[in-house]
Design a protein around this ligand. Structure first.
Ligand code: SF4
Length: 233
């Protein structure tokens, strides 16, 4: 890994006139907001239904996501899709993204070992998350694991304490004002974001690492079932 230097943040790489997620995705490919772009293969932006009812926010792309340029396509992503299905959430109406959009790792021999992003990376990358949310109007935000929770809800939020609990979005976000107003047209008109809810749960990779994977998986599905019920109201 390269030595960490300063992280100017992603904001300067976001074109103010970008109306669509595709335009944001294209711009994110050239982001140099922190040093993580140097060693990773490519930016891994969010993907899914632009009119998604549910937006999932994970930590960062893994090794396979980094190679393919798509989020949640590795083992944890497969597990998440199964859990989404088992919980009764329609996978056609979800959007998947990460708090940090480049893969952070350290080399051990030829292997690239995942490293949790630092606060500086979460802060640097947050403008992309804010920009994605400004183009998405989900009914529900599902936060997967501690890194995503820190990015969206602040350092005091504890997933272990509040998992599976429906919370008001964006009131529960850190700096909720970032998420309150959303653009409605390319002339720059904004409106209040529609009321949505938030639910935090564990990251699917935590299920894969658990001693008792069946139990951890059941817990993930139970949390997502709360989310599914919130959607049917
Ligand atoms: S991790 Fe985020 S802020 Fe850092 S270079 Fe990648 S896209 Fe930009």
């Amino acid at each position: 890994m390269a030595e960490q230097t300063d992280a100017p943040g992603a904001q300067q790489f976001i074109p103010p006139q970008a109306d669509t997620l595709d335009q944001l995705r294209n711009a994110a490919a050239g982001c140099r907001g922190c040093e993580l772009y140097r060693d990773a293969s490519q930016t891994v932006f969010g993907r899914g239904d632009e009119g998604a009812r549910v937006v999932f926010v994970g930590e960062q792309p893994g090794d396979m996501e980094d190679q393919k340029g798509l989020p949640f396509v590795g083992p944890a992503g497969r597990l998440l899709r199964k859990a989404v299905d088992d919980a009764g959430i329609d996978p056609a109406h979800i959007y998947l993204t990460n708090a940090v959009k480049h893969f952070r790792f350290e080399l051990r021999g030829k292997r690239r070992i995942h490293q949790t992003p630092d606060r500086v990376h979460i802060t640097a990358c947050r403008p992309w998350l804010v920009a994605e949310f400004s183009r998405l109007h989900p009914e529900l935000v599902v936060v997967l694991g501690a890194t995503a929770a820190k990015a969206l809800l602040g350092p005091a939020f504890r997933v272990t304490r509040q998992r599976g609990e429906l919370l008001p979005w964006p009131a529960s976000a850190q700096r909720p004002e970032d998420f309150v107003r959303v653009p409605v047209d390319s002339a720059g008109t904004v409106a209040d974001a529609p009321a949505a809810q938030l639910l935090a749960t564990i990251h699917p990779s935590a299920v894969l690492r658990a001693d008792d994977q069946d139990k951890a998986y059941e817990g993930l599905v139970a949390d997502l079932t709360v989310a599914a019920r919130a959607l049917t109201r």
